[in-house]
Ligand binder design. Structure first.
Ligand code: SDX
Length: 420
């Protein structure tokens, strides 16, 4: 029939795949990775252990985890040619644009150069359980997760004209990332030795900040069929190399309605300025002149369980870095919106992005780097869904949705001189 029902626009009411990876109950505010509640994983697990769980479906034995950690961190070693690649961007290029391009660049390096990595070959061999192909797929996964922090660190340092550094072994994923971001610049608040020692001492990420980042990575690792994961599978379904599919996911996460929301929240709080201006801002939102970034969710119609955990992490980080001056405005906005019928009637509550930007700001990250801190952990969810699709017993079918055509019916071509 003519006219798509609003209830179906933008996949609003469409299940595109069966998945065993992540479960969300939007009515009860439940999030589980392979059946494990997010609250337990945030408290007891580490990011790379959750990565293993999401990708392979089970909590790893100690030996499996240490092999996975070693492979991921080994593949994260800086990419010599990428130094030239990152140097080619303008001094003020947005790091998300750099990262999106960087994953496509990796595809040109690892995808094309070795046709067996191309989806068709990789997929057909993996589907037959070919051990070499499955090992190959694992290597692509290690490389994508390992390189995520190296490429992100490159996007951060190239704009400061700072050399890239290779992290020492024996660090956690988050510590290795903080090391690559911040090495030999003891002034930043990332390092434990920042104000303590005037001369650059061997860099040691602050334990509270490193653990906070590790938990934030756990919380951002996967979220079933969100826009960027859907983009990765949509792209991956035509069987390109996995790097190109991840580059597409990166582009989708960049938008302020998705991963760009944590940057949009800070811009919103800065524009509000102080708690006294919150009522005026909310009035503008109700007139639909502004959007309350960090609130609302396509699936959660009660609260986003991640926002409660992030709120707690914020207090732990502020205890080290000092509270963010925007915190009072954020609390006033949060409390006012939760009591306001306009938002309550639309079931709008804080989502994962409302508090995370304040933490990243307190940790000294530049605002346009915040979405990068969403991409890095979400690569795990993307590769977990990509692997699940590539190994699906019924094989990979290209994703090609239909539409409702509402354009003109048939008509004949009109020559120029007969056109009005
Ligand atoms: C993430 O999908 C995922 O899982 C994403 C994510 C993940 O982990 O991958 O959870 C991460 O992207 C979280 C969301 C971050 N985005 C933002 O914070 C941007 C602000 N939020 C909105 O843009 C919006 O809430 C969305 C995009 C998140 C959801 O939009 P929907 O599901 O399409 O909801 P909708 O636009 O149909 O809204 C329903 C009503 C509308 O009002 P009415 O037309 O019915 O009167 O609620 C209103 C909307 O106008 N509304 C908002 C609002 N969000 C929805 N009004 C003001 N401020 C908002 N934030």
């Amino acid at each position: 029939e003519r006219g798509l029902r609003v209830a179906d626009r933008g996949f609003l009411n469409t299940a595109v795949i069966e998945s065993a990876i992540t479960y969300i109950d939007g009515e009860r505010g439940i999030l589980r990775y392979r059946g494990y509640p997010i609250e337990q994983l945030a408290e007891k697990s580490t990011f790379l252990e959750c990565a293993y769980l999401l990708i392979y479906g089970a909590l790893p034995a100690r030996s499996q985890l240490s092999h996975f950690e070693r492979e991921v961190l080994l593949h994260g070693i800086m990419h010599a040619d990428a130094t030239k690649f990152f140097g080619s961007f303008r001094y003020d290029a947005h790091p998300m644009a750099m990262l999106t391009s960087a994953f496509a660049y990796l595809g040109s390096y690892y995808g094309e150069a070795n046709p067996s990595l191309q989806g068709q070959t990789l997929f057909t061999k993996c589907a037959k359980g070919d051990p070499e192909a499955l090992q190959n797929m694992d290597k692509q996964i290690y490389r994508l997760i390992g390189k995520a922090i190296t490429l992100a660190a490159m996007a951060y340092r190239v704009r400061q004209g700072r050399e890239f550094v290779v992290p020492p072994t024996g660090m956690s994923y988050a510590e290795s990332f903080l090391y690559q971001l911040d090495h030999l610049s003891p002034t930043d608040s990332f390092s434990a030795s920042s104000s303590a020692s005037p001369s650059p001492s061997p860099y040691k990420p602050h334990p509270v900040l490193a653990r906070a980042l590790d938990i934030l990575f756990i919380l951002h690792a996967d979220h079933e069929m969100n826009a960027s994961s859907t983009t990765v599978l949509q792209t991956g379904s035509s069987l390109p190399d996995p790097y190109s599919a991840v580059a597409a996911g990166c582009a989708s996460l960049y938008g302020p309605l998705h991963g760009g929301a944590n940057e949009a929240v800070i811009r919103m709080l800065v524009s509000i300025g102080s708690p006294n201006n919150v009522p005026t801002f909310l009035a503008a939102v109700k007139r639909r002149e502004k959007v309350l970034s960090g609130f609302g969710h396509r699936v959660y119609k009660t609260s986003d369980p991640r926002s409660f955990i992030i709120r707690k992490i914020a207090d732990e980080v502020f205890a080290v870095t000092g509270p963010d001056p925007l915190l009072d405005t954020a609390m006033a906005l949060h409390d006012a919106a939760l009591k306001d019928d306009y938002f309550v009637s639309r079931k709008l509550a804080p989502n994962v992005d409302f508090w995370s930007g304040l933490i990243y700001r307190a940790m000294g990250f530049p605002m346009d780097f915040f979405p990068v801190l969403f991409v890095v952990p979400r690569i795990v969810g993307w590769v977990a869904h990509w692997r699940q699709m590539m190994l699906s017993p019924e094989g990979v079918k290209i994703w090609r949705p239909r539409q409702i055509y509402v354009g003109p019916s048939e008509r004949s071509y009109v020559p120029f001189d007969e056109r009005e």
